[in-house]
Design a binder for this molecule. Sequence first.
Ligand code: CA2
Length: 145
Amino acid sequence: MSKPIYVLSGPNLNLLGVREPEIYGKDTLEDVRLLCEARASALGRTIVFRQSNHEGQLIDWIQEAREHGSAMVINPAGYGHTSVAILDALKAVDLPIVECHLSNPAARESFRRHTYVSLAATGVVSGFGAASYALAVEAAAGLSA
Ligand code: CA2
């Protein structure tokens, strides 16, 4: 049995489906979790699915994934654009890392065009709403055993 794929989500994503559905879609984070579980299970894999509004908590989970995960999907949300600390944590992870966004940040405000996380990511999936997560899980599964 392979180690789980860690699927981490950053600040405010607990509000998914509740506000701004025109940008982030109508699915809730629980819907996203179920989608990821289903895609992982179809591929014979398991996931650890977590969300936090706190930078340090996300860093603790990234460090946990180093030891207990086979790959990582991360939607850093706003922290992607600001957090050198999350980048440093990711750089210490010797696993495939798939950065994931519900929206397409490149098509939005200019400050969203740069993410620190991309410097550590193996690849990025953006712009497909909740399906971005499922596609990212699939990519992560394909990159790890
Ligand atoms: O498109 C994405 O997934 C983002 O990572 C979402 C972040 C944003 O800062 C990034 O530029 C792109 C924002 C997450 C906020 O999530 C909300 C969800 C529902 C309602 C309000 C906020």
